[in-house]
Write a protein that binds this ligand. Structure first.
Ligand code: ZN
Length: 428
């Protein structure tokens, strides 16, 4: 029997109300205890001066496999994940083929297990081919391993289809995740609509495009009683709509991506395609609203929307460049800014990165409860480093943070008690 002792760290396990300096004990891949333990360690990790917490749960990742493995695959995405402290990730269905039938969902699950670095949980398509017309076989997809439903990359644009999806999902308590975008207002847009889009001479995507879709969906959530989740919320209006929906007691939740609380549309002023994503970076007022939403609990979780793209899809002018940035390896340092700014306490931040998203997806993850799989992240809150896109574990380089100084770094990631990442190296 192997017994690992992680010693001397600040242990933060928000699901169990723990925030104290103590040891974490791991026995045969499971958490054996936090604090005192009557065992003898066969291995030790010194975590003095560091934070020890449950492995992060990222509920919004694009892994590009099957179909676009030159951008990312499940192996490279898993390496990027554990380098970022993520031990469970949910991957979106806009692959080729789409994750809209059981066979391909099963393949993704199996490939994730084979790689064995990070738990990979597919989010299956709401509609066949992500076309927004005909619903997929949701129950069959769940049996194959899907943990939620979305047409992400695209909105579930048709109100009738969305209503049916929510009705069906509510019967089985499935979560429906919306990429909230009213295409009638946003199609052809490259950046946020406003003075910057005008100045650059590129088409804009108005905040109203997101607000309108979230408003419609909240009506449908009320009509159906379903669990509805807004992906990558980015506008002041949408945050306020979710806040009101929660006050009404609706089962409406939301996630924010680090870029939307860290950056604004200013980033695209020099036509930087690595700051082009969908939804786009917005105004400072929107950014502040997202921060306020995180602070008051309107926004439940933080998720990366990790969206790897090859150089060729980015270096073709702002209007034609693909949407999205890689995010797994910058998740922690960018999110820690919320703690440094006093918006969240460290335990509150860890909650939004662990047990809260796990609960939304019904995953048995995100806590250090005794007997749970020992998925653990250890990080140095104060470590300073400079992001070099050529040293990312992801296959893609599309990050707006290249060359920027980061504060906070993951030092160890454990999956099932096994060290899968330590001090810059992915192991196994
Ligand atoms: Zn999306």
């Amino acid at each position: 029997m192997s017994t690992l002792r992680i010693t001397g760290g600040r242990v933060i396990d928000p699901a169990n109300g723990i925030d104290k300096l103590c040891d974490v004990w791991v026995e045969d891949g499971k958490v054996a205890g936090v604090g005192a333990f009557k065992g003898k360690a066969t291995e030790t990790i010194d975590a003095a001066g560091k934070v020890v917490c449950p492995g992060f749960v990222d509920m919004h990742v694009h892994l590009r496999e099957p179909g676009q493995e030159w951008k990312e695959d499940i192996a490279s995405g898993s390496r990027a994940a554990v380098a970022g402290g993520v031990t469970s990730m949910a991957c979106m269905p806009n692959t080729q083929p789409r994750l809209d039938h059981a066979g391909v969902v099963r393949q993704v699950v199996e490939r994730g297990r084979e790689v064995g670095l990070c738990r990979v949980h597919p989010i299956a398509a709401v509609s066949k081919g992500l076309e927004g017309k005909e619903l997929t076989e949701m129950r069959e997809l769940v049996r194959a391993g899907a943990v939620a439903f979305s047409d992400d990359g695209r909105p579930i644009w048709h109100a009738g289809v969305m209503r049916k999806a929510l009705e069906y999902a509510s019967t089985f308590d499935f979560l429906v995740i919306q990429h909230a975008e009213e295409l009638g207002l946003t199609e052809g847009g490259a950046v946020n609509e406003g003075w910057i889009s005008t100045q650059l001479g590129v088409s804009g995507m108005p905040a109203a495009g997101e607000d309108a879709m979230v408003a419609r969906d909240i009506m449908l959530a009320q009509l159906t009683g379903a669990r509805y989740h807004v992906a990558h919320i980015s506008t002041r209006g949408a945050v306020e709509l979710v806040r009101q929906a929660k006050r009404q007691g609706l089962r409406v939740t939301a996630e924010a991506a680090p870029h939307h609380f860290a950056l604004t549309e200013q980033e695209v002023l020099n036509y930087n395609a690595d700051a082009k994503m969908n939804p786009p970076l917005r105004t400072e007022a929107d950014r502040q609203a997202v921060i306020a939403g995180l602070g008051d609990g309107t926004i439940d979780a933080i998720a990366t929307d990790h969206a790897p793209h090859h150089e060729d899809d980015k270096r073709c002018g702002l209007s034609c460049a693909a949407f999205g940035i890689v995010g797994l390896e910058t998740l922690l340092p960018v999110s820690l800014d919320l703690v440094r700014a006093g918006v969240l306490t460290l335990p509150q931040l860890v909650a939004k990165l662990t047990h809260v998203p796990a609960a939304l997806l019904n995953l048995q993850a995100g806590t250090l409860g005794a007997g749970r799989p020992a998925d653990i992240t250890i990080f140095d809150e104060k470590a300073r480093w400079t992001l070099d896109r050529d040293r990312l574990f992801s296959k893609s380089r599309n990050t707006p943070w290249h060359g920027r100084e980061m504060t906070g770094r993951v030092t160890h990631t454990l999956l099932d008690g096994r060290v899968v990442y330590a001090d810059g190296n992915v192991l196994g």
